[in-house]
Design a protein around this ligand. Sequence first.
Ligand code: SAM
Length: 292
Amino acid sequence: MSSVPAKISAATVRADFNDPIAVVHYARAAHFLGLWESERILIERFFPDKSAPLLEAGCGAGRVTLGLWHLGYRNLTAFDFAEELLDQARQLATDQGVTAIRFLHADATNLAENCHVIRDNASSTRSSEPPQAEDPRSNDCHVLRDNRTSPTGSDFAGALFLFNGLMQIPGRENRRAALRELHAVCRPGAPLLFTTHDRDVSPTERALWRLEKLRWENGTHDSRLIDFGDRYFEDETGRTFMHLPDRAEILDDLASTGWIHTFDSLRRDIAKESRAVRDFSDECRFWSATRA
Ligand SMILES: C[S@@+](CC[C@H](N)C(=O)[O-])C[C@H]1O[C@@H](n2cnc3c(N)ncnc32)[C@H](O)[C@@H]1O
């Protein structure tokens, strides 16, 4: 009897990012690639104050975080839910003599309670216990929690979710939850910078997505997917879940989560990237929004 394959979940994505193949891929990029030229240009445009507290979501092995540090940003908090990547980021920072970046283990869709959720996954026998004092992650949890419950209700002067991390959250409601969580920990006026792929980027893409639409209408699409626009594939860098939105969807999600859209542009219109960057990453769309 054939069983119905399970839907892609956060646990699937987290396991895929913790897989050694993915860890090597992202660690290599953090060591040898650094910031893309387009990222550098937009970071310096939208985050002009290098002493302001910034939050980087989905920091992975630290490619962007360390890039920010080397650009002169000095008040950085970075988090990821894949602990193997986070270990790489911490190690790289240590190797480079950078001790002032706060690296946290957290899930973008639930910044208030994620420490318990993540600990549940990591250790089923201690699922209901609060974090222990000797557990280095216990401090991690409180930093983001404090930002939500501080007298002002918010602390960060800006947030980044680069290289499509937001689109690697399965389920539109979960992506909106992440946008809401970032909204909750940022102060009014704070900019958010993130990237997505773009379903409408070329005539070929549009034709391929028209075919995929027919599969969804016929019920012959990959049943592990959740939303139209999702892809789940495997290549030499490991298994990847990615949601490809269209422009209207992102505008709608920003508006419904308290973010005011200020900018979007394809990467190729911002900078000509090196061959190494183009080999590492496909064309994408940069987005910026301001916290209402
Ligand atoms: C494409 S990688 C980018 C990593 C790094 N920012 C870079 O540019 O090299 C996306 C990252 O988002 C993280 N991520 C995805 N969903 C997340 C979630 N719900 N909470 C925290 N991190 C998440 C993944 O673990 C992964 O490290």
